[in-house]
Design a protein around this ligand. Structure first.
Ligand code: GLU
Length: 385
């Protein structure tokens, strides 16, 4: 899962998109691309394999791409090798629909077979191109609005996604949908911003909307409308982001890893601070009373990747301090193995993004079994949060 940005407003979009993508570089990626359109003119798509620098050079830092509406992407390949051809944005055969995508379309092969039968051809190996063409297919079939078309496509898609989509018939508009993959939307001074993570848009606005799971949004200049899966309009509250841009940057360190190592004491303190009352840890706000905590007889830490390794380290500390047995599990195993959970157990889910698909599934499995759960995440408003 990598980065998405979007912009529609009065300013030129390309420099804003490149700047936003540079703020998401810390997530790692193998290629990048932007799609920009000028009024009702056709969308221009520029992509490059490798560092963002290559894309910036190709577009003269965005100066050579004209238009005030656009989307951008840094890709971490899951389907198809890292290449310019597989890089996002992807477009339908006639350029009617152009989109970027984070996540995985699990049933892409089945959907691709269907679209091939309907006469679509495919130029990339990505699951994303299938989603783009499926949306195009429903847009043409039902002759409805973009929201109707996205809706029809989402009902057929299995997997996780954050999508930012442009339609030829709707200049200056971007459509957004998400499931189990993060996305935030911001507005400021009659302009609108899209980002898969806060740092991408923090320079421009602190006023953001968190789009919920399986919801869609129509993003116009300075105006965002939200829809549920039935295509009905829903209300959202504008929230103010409190953290500073520094937090997401390297703050003087040469590498993010070195910075993160040095930040550990502060990170632990910041995390604990959110639950400290009168000098004591108080988890009542997250739904765990003192009595419930005393009853806990077994702790399960469930996570993926480096969060899993954090769990392994935490296991020693927790067992030592609390004298409660701790078991650490990979979320990808946990979710599929029908785990036997102690009814007096506590499942602790750790996920940086708060959207890790396997960890989210493990959380749901634990809740289904009625075991107490606690999430430790870095993104307020994420699904796990
Ligand atoms: N599954 C998509 C691809 O391989 C998106 C990957 C991503 O989230 O960057 O192109």
């Amino acid at each position: 899962m990598c980065g998405i940005v979007g912009f529609t407003g009065e300013h030129q979009a390309a420099p804003i998109l490149l700047d936003g993508l540079s703020k998401l570089e810390y997530r790692g990626y193998d290629s990048a691309g932007i799609a920009v359109r000028d009024g009702s003119a056709d969308t221009e798509i520029i992509k490059a394999k490798g560092r963002l620098k290559v894309l910036a050079e190709k577009t003269n830092d965005g100066e050579s791409v004209k238009g005030t509406c656009g989307i951008g992407h840094t890709r971490w390949a899951t389907h198809g090798e890292p290449s310019e051809n597989n890089a996002h944005p992807h477009a339908s055969d006639d350029g009617n629909v152009v989109a970027v995508h984070n996540g995985i379309i699990e049933n892409y092969q089945e959907l691709k077979d269907k679209l091939v039968r309907k006469g679509y051809t495919f130029y990339s190996e990505t699951d994303t191109e299938v989603a783009v063409k499926l949306i195009d297919y429903y847009y043409k079939k039902y002759e409805g609005t973009p929201v109707d078309a996205i809706n029809h496509a989402l009902v057929r898609i299995r997997g996780s996604y954050a999508l930012a989509i442009m339609f030829r018939d709707y200049p200056e508009e971007i459509y957004v949908a998400r499931k189990d993959s993060p996305m935030i939307l911001g507005v400021a001074n009659g302009e609108s911003y899209i980002g898969s993570d806060v740092p991408a848009i923090l320079k421009y606005t602190r006023d953001v909307y968190y789009i919920g799971n399986q919801e869609m949004a129509r993003v116009r200049k300075g105006e965002i409308t939200f829809y549920n899966l039935d295509g009905e309009e829903i209300e959202k509250e504008l929230k103010t982001v409190e953290w500073d841009a520094e937090a997401a940057e390297k703050s003087g360190y040469e590498h993010f890893m070195i910075k993160e190592i040095h930040e550990q004491p502060k990170a632990v303190l910041d995390t604990l601070n959110s639950v400290i009352k009168d000098g004591m840890i108080d988890l009542s706000e997250v739904g765990l009373s003192e009595e419930e905590i005393k009853e806990i007889s077994q702790i399960y830490i469930v996570a993926c990747g480096s969060a899993y390794h954090v769990g392994v380290a935490a296991q020693y500390v927790m067992e030592d301090l609390a004298r409660i047995p701790v078991r650490v599990e990979l979320a990808s195993e946990f979710r599929y193995r029908n785990p036997i959970l102690d009814p007096k157990g506590l499942v602790v889910i750790i996920s940086q993004s708060g959207e890790t698909a396997d960890s989210l599934a493990a959380l749901r499995e634990s809740k289904k079994q009625g075991v107490k759960t606690l999430g430790i995440v870095n993104v307020i408003g994420s699904s796990i949060a």
